[in-house]
Structure formats: structure tokens, C-alpha cells
Design a protein around this ligand. Structure first.
Ligand code: NAP
Ligand code: MG
Length: 480
């Protein structure tokens, strides 16, 4: 393969107007937190500060829940469903109109490449609002009982890996089904949620229907335990998810949990190899591997191990690591220092437990947080890098001889979120898919998302689905 030389092609940041300080979005207005408490958000590609953000105290969360309760009782639950749908359409169209602004801001706050925010995160976020706008006045026909009713006020907590996209997975179905929302974004990536608050204002969304409280885990925990909340929707780590399930057990609150994963990407010997290698690359290096459904365990049929490994290495030599705002960048910055340390710790355990590490030659920037695209071969099922979620650009390669062995190894995990199957033979794909314990299974593809397609996990990957009719069902009570 010829290696192309690229000139820098940085996206301009002039389209975004980052303020020095951001307030909480409560009752349709931005307001400071109690005692003016705030925290800093940085650009992980440079380590430089971007803005200060209000830190919501318990008093602020109380205000947000009260505002959502008022908006639910007085406005949103009384509004005809077709009118609710119009607001969602309006939000979707504004997201499209302002997509470049959102893409640049997301890239600056998160560190992910502009190619991905521009082509994946923001279009999909708008797509979720369009999709759910269409459902708003058709819920009686969604197969959710004859008269599905909203829960009321929903508390939503999201992680940092797909900030605006996870917001849209949460807010769009909640509003379409007639709930109002208090959302807490992740500490390191709140800026696009706050820009979304401006979109709510621009769309004329009634005050209090969407409230955004920024802060850390303590803000999230207070929201979870708030008596004014009727449902919690959480995306994040399994550890925090388990704590939330324990905290609200017996409270009568509804709960959906979208948690971690350790997805198996299975390559049979009869797969189309060049396509499969692209699927492996997308499975683990998309979004720096900060993906709950990443194909982080590669299971290769032994007879093609050498071929797959050498093609994979050749392809990895072409990955461009660096400035996330450059339109040619494939792999951007790691989201935070803490996440980088976690990746180093797990990768080091791979070395210590006897797996072989390989990365292509590439120069990493000197500022910010970076990790080379990395593969480990000779990985045993007992290794930590085969069992624990690394949430970074690190792939563990294991082998199998028979399809039965592939299934046993793929299912040998506490998680059950995603899997990939690569084969030329349809019957083998179906046989394999039937036996995999994973909520989402891609065949001869990986990391494909659609608002109409339910997404969620088995076992420690959580419960409930987001997207499609299944996702709607989490936001309604069926009243017979
Ligand atoms: P995390 O630590 O669990 O944080 C997720 C969110 O919960 C953040 O907003 C966080 O706030 C908040 N939080 C922390 N402690 C809390 C508590 N005790 N009570 C309530 N909220 C609390 O997870 P993360 O490290 O940010 O995200 C990565 C994880 O998310 C990975 O395990 C990944 O697999 C999972 N994920 C799953 C899906 C899915 O759909 N299944 C999608 C994306 C990510 P702070 O940011 O302030 O800590
Ligand atoms: Mg940030």
C-alpha cells in the first residue's frame, strides 16, 4: 500500500462562540449555581481550558425538578401530542442547521475527530429527534397498550463518549412520550448539552420541559434519589449503574440502564478479509475505542490468524492520529487524564500477563492526552484485557478453531452488549447470532446505528432498550 502524505486540513473554530462561563439551564433560563460554584472543562487534545461551567448543588437540582414538575403538570401533559411532535421536528431541524457548530464544539470538548462528530454524532442526534417526532401522535398504535401514559419527570444521566448523541437518545423519546426532563451531562463534556439548551430556547420549547444540571457524580446521585423523579435513564459504567439500581430499589421509580461492554468481533475463515479488516478497525478505533459496544475482543479462526494479523497491521499503519479538528484525522485525543491512566493501567496488565503488544509507528502530540492504536496478540481468556472494558484504542486478539468454540469464548464475559460476525455463509451467521448473548449483533458490518433500531444489553451491560418501539416503551406506563 502507498502511504499518502496529507497537508493539514483543520476545521475553523470561528463558527463556535464559546463563552467563558455557562450557567445551569432551569425553567427555560440560564442561571448561576447556588454560591456561584463552578468547574472547568478543557480541550483534551491540548489540555487547555475552554470554559467554566456551573456546578449544580442539591438546591439547584431541587429547582430543576420543580421546574420540570410544573412544566409537566401545567403544559406538556396537557398539550395535544401532535403539538409536542412539532417541537421535536423543530429541534431536529435546528440541530441540522447548526450541525457544523455542534460538530466543532463536540470535537473541542471531547477530543473526538471532526470527521466523526460531523458525519456520525450530529446527524444521528438530529435523526433521533426526527424519528421520535413522528411517534409523538401515534403512540396509541405503537403496540404499547391502548393508552400509554408518560411517567412524569424523568432524570437522565449521560456519559462523555457521545455527549450530544446520548442526550438525543434520552431527551427525544422522553419528550415524544410526554415526559419532562432533568438531564445531567458528564463533567468533561457538558458544552454541547448547554448549546442544546440554546436550541430549546430557539425552538420556543415551553420553559421547564428540558432542564440541564451540570456537575459531577454527586449531582447525578442527588438527581437519582430525588423524590420528585418518576423514572431514571442512565448510560455509563456498570459500577455506577449497579449503585443506581440499589439506590432506587423499592422506590417505585422506573429504570433503564445502558452500561459497559466487551464485544466480541468474530472472524470466520471464509469471511471477505479486506472488508473484515475494515470492520475490525471501525469496531475498535472508532471514537478512540471510547465505545460501549466496541468490538474490543477479536476472535479469529486459527487458520486465518496470520492473514488477519498482517492485514490488520498494514491497515493500522495508515491510521492518522492527531489534531481532532483536522478533517483527515482518524484517531483523536483520549477524553481525560483519568481515562488515559485507566487505559495505560490495563494495557500494562496485558504486558505483565504475557500478551504481545504492537502499535504502528506514529508520533503523538506533546500536549493533551493520547494513546497509540494498539493490538495485543496471544491473549488468553483469563487476561484482564480479555475480561475488563478498556474503553480505549486497544484490541485483544484471541483465536478459535470451531464455531462452537467461538460462541463459548464470545459469551465468556459478564457483559452482553454487542457482537460482530464476519462470514460468507448466511446460515453460519444465523447459527452464530442465535447463540450469542449480546443485545446488538452486526453481521459483516460493525458500529451501525439507526434511531429505529433498538440498542441495549444483556447481563451486566444493563437493561432496557433505546431506539425503536422498544425504546419508547421505557418512557411510558401502560394503563389498561
Ligand atoms: P460513569 O462514571 O458511570 O459516568 C456516567 C455518568 O454518571 C456521568 O454523567 C457521571 O458524572 C455520572 N455519575 C457518576 N457517578 C454517579 C453516581 N454515583 N450517581 C449518579 N450519576 C453518577 O461512566 P463514564 O466513565 O463517564 O462512561 C463510560 C461508561 O459508559 C463505559 O463503561 C461505557 O461502556 C458506558 N457507556 C454505555 C453505553 C450504552 O449505551 N450501553 C453508551 C455509552 C457509554 P461525571 O461525569 O461527573 O462523573
Ligand atoms: Mg472537555
Amino acid at each position: 500500500m502507498t502511504k499518502f502524505e496529507y497537508s493539514p486540513a483543520p476545521e475553523s473554530t470561528s463558527i463556535v462562540d464559546i463563552k467563558s462561563e455557562y450557567g445551569l439551564f432551569i425553567n427555560g433560563k440560564f442561571q448561576p449555581a447556588k454560591g456561584n460554584k463552578s468547574f472547568e472543562t478543557i480541550n483534551p487534545a491540548t489540555g487547555k481550558p475552554l470554559a467554566r461551567i456551573a456546578f449544580a448543588s442539591n438546591t439547584d437540582v431541587d429547582k430543576a425538578v420543580n421546574s420540570a414538575t410544573d412544566a409537566y403538570k401545567k403544559i406538556w401533559s396537557k398539550m395535544p401530542a401532535s403539538e409536542r411532535g412539532k417541537y421535536l421536528y423543530r429541534i431536529a431541524r435546528i440541530l441540522q442547521e447548526r450541525s457544523r457548530e455542534f460538530a466543532v464544539l463536540e470535537t473541542m470538548d471531547n477530543g473526538k475527530p471532526i470527521r466523526e462528530t460531523r458525519d456520525v454524532d450530529i446527524p444521528l442526534a438530529a435523526g433521533h429527534f426526527f424519528y421520535h417526532a413522528g411517534w409523538a401522535d401515534k403512540l396509541d398504535f405503537a403496540g404499547l397498550g391502548s393508552s400509554p401514559k408518560p411517567h412524569g419527570v424523568v432524570g437522565q444521566i449521560i456519559p462523555w463518549n457521545f455527549p450530544l448523541l446520548m442526550l438525543s437518545w434520552k431527551v427525544a423519546p422522553a419528550l415524544a412520550t410526554g415526559n419532562t426532563v432533568v438531564l445531567k451531562p458528564a463533567e468533561t463534556t457538558s458544552l454541547t448539552a448547554l448549546l442544546f439548551a440554546e436550541v430549546c430556547q430557539q425552538a420556543g420549547l415551553p420553559a421547564g420541559v428540558v432542564n440541564i444540571v451540570t456537575g459531577d457524580g454527586t449531582t447525578g446521585a442527588y438527581l437519582v434519589n430525588h423524590p420528585g423523579i418518576q423514572k431514571i435513564a442512565f448510560t455509563g459504567s456498570t459500577e455506577v449503574g449497579k449503585g443506581i439500581a440499589r439506590a432506587i430499589a423499592g422506590s417505585g421509580k422506573a429504570l433503564t440502564l445502558e452500561l459497559g461492554g466487551k464485544g466480541a468481533n468474530i472472524i470466520y475463515e471464509d469471511a471477505a478479509m479486506d472488508e473484515a479488516v475494515e470492520g475490525i478497525i471501525s469496531g475498535i478505533f472508532f471514537n478512540q475505542g471510547h465505545v460501549c459496544c466496541a468490538g474490543s475482543r477479536l476472535l479469529v479462526q486459527e487458520s486465518v490468524l496470520d492473514e488477519v494479523t498482517s492485514k490488520l497491521k498494514a491497515r493500522m499503519e495508515l491510521i492518522r492520529v492527531g489534531d481532532p479538528l483536522d478533517k483527515n484525522t482518524d484517531l483523536g485525543a483520549i477524553n481525560s487524564k483519568a481515562q488515559l491512566e485507566k487505559i495505560h493501567e490495563l494495557a500494562n496488565s496485558g504486558d505483565q500477563e504475557g500478551a504481545q503488544r504492537w502499535s504502528p509507528q506514529c508520533e503523538l502530540p506533546t500536549e493533551g492526552f493520547w494513546f497509540k492504536p494498539t493490538i495485543f496478540s496471544g491473549v488468553a481468556q483469563s487476561h484482564r484485557i480479555a475480561q475488563e472494558e478498556i474503553f480505549g484504542p486497544v484490541l485483544s486478539i484471541l483465536t478459535f478453531r470451531t464455531p462452537q468454540e467461538a460462541i463459548e469464548k464470545a459469551n465468556n464475559t459478564p457483559y452482553g452488549l454487542s457482537a460482530g460476525i464476519w462470514s460468507d455463509k448466511g446460515s453460519k451467521i444465523l447459527w452464530t447470532a442465535q447463540r450469542l448473548k449480546a443485545g446488538v449483533i452486526w453481521t459483516n458490518s460493525f458500529n451501525k446505528f439507526d434511531p429505529a433500531s433498538p440498542f441495549g444489553g444483556y447481563k451486566e451491560s444493563g437493561w432496557g432498550r433505546e431506539g425503536g418501539r422498544h425504546g419508547l416503551s421505557a418512557y411510558v406506563k401502560v394503563v389498561k
